[in-house]
Design a protein around this ligand. Structure first.
Ligand code: CA
Length: 253
């Protein structure tokens, strides 16, 4: 996890850096608000926590936090300050500070707050990944493929997919109705890996058929094209009149 320390007092910045690094975090330090905002803009990967002194030269910590919130509403901000007045705390929260610790601070308390904020951050990021993944679902016939979960549902059945099965299925879905030769699958899905043979492509197709077809011996979605390869139909009923599909329906591997 990456922490940005915004602190103009070098001694404090040094102590913070040392202790955060001891905890295994990566640390960047900025001596003023403008530098902090620039670092935040260019940071890759992004900072997971900003420890922000509120008493900074030129641009104050409050202003820095307000600016920061215009571009990043998510990154946790832990404010450090000598001020203890309630209205200062209120102002800090108004600017988008998440937590507040007053100087002089006890290091164990600071570290424990940092750990908590980072843990929360990690969970938010994990959830973000899951949320995006959940949207990565494709449906055809009675099948729903959840690419984020490597999961294929067909009615009541749930199958786990391997990475390669998933890539192959995604490729078929992308080229709905297109005749795909084994050599094209080999080059596009397996990227010409030496281990793959025509026979193993056929085995992958067979496994996919068992998951997606009502009768894998008479496939309707994933049909063979004799001597060439395969053809996937998102909606086989619409393609019933298609010559190629009729020729190939009977052939199974
Ligand atoms: Ca200061």
């Amino acid at each position: 996890m990456n922490i940005l320390v915004v602190e103009d007092e070098e001694n404090i910045a040094k102590i913070l850096r040392f202790n955060f690094e001891q905890e295994g975090y990566r640390v960047s330090v900025a001596g003023d608000g403008r530098t902090a905002l620039n670092l935040h803009d260019s940071a890759s990967p992004r900072f997971d926590l900003i420890v922000l002194d509120l008493m900074l030269p030129e641009m104050s910590g409050y202003e820095t936090c307000r600016e920061l919130r215009r571009v990043d509403v998510d990154v946790p901000v832990l404010a450090l300050t000598a001020r203890t007045l309630a209205e200062d705390k209120a102002q800090a929260f108004d600017c988008g500070v998440d937590q507040y610790i007053t100087k002089p601070f006890a290091l164990p308390e600071l570290l424990s707050r940092v750990r908590n904020l980072l843990e929360r951050r990690r969970r938010t990021l994990d959830r973000g990944v899951t949320t995006r993944a959940v949207q990565d679902v494709e449906r055809f016939g009675s099948v729903a493929v959840d690419f984020g979960r490597f999961e294929l549902r067909n009615g009541d059945e749930v199958h786990s997919l391997t990475t390669r099965e998933q890539e192959l299925l995604r490729y078929f879905l992308k080229y709905d109705g297109v005749v795909l030769s084994r050599s094209r699958l080999q080059s596009d899905v397996w990227r010409d890996s030496a281990e793959i043979t025509s026979r193993s492509i056929d085995n992958f197709v067979m496994r996919l058929r068992r998951m997606i077809e009502v009768d894998p011996a008479h496939p309707r979605h994933l049909v063979s094209v004799r001597g060439t390869g395969y053809r996937f139909f998102h909606d086989p009923d619409q393609d019933d009149g298609d010559d190629m599909a009729n020729v190939t329906d009977a052939e199974t591997i």
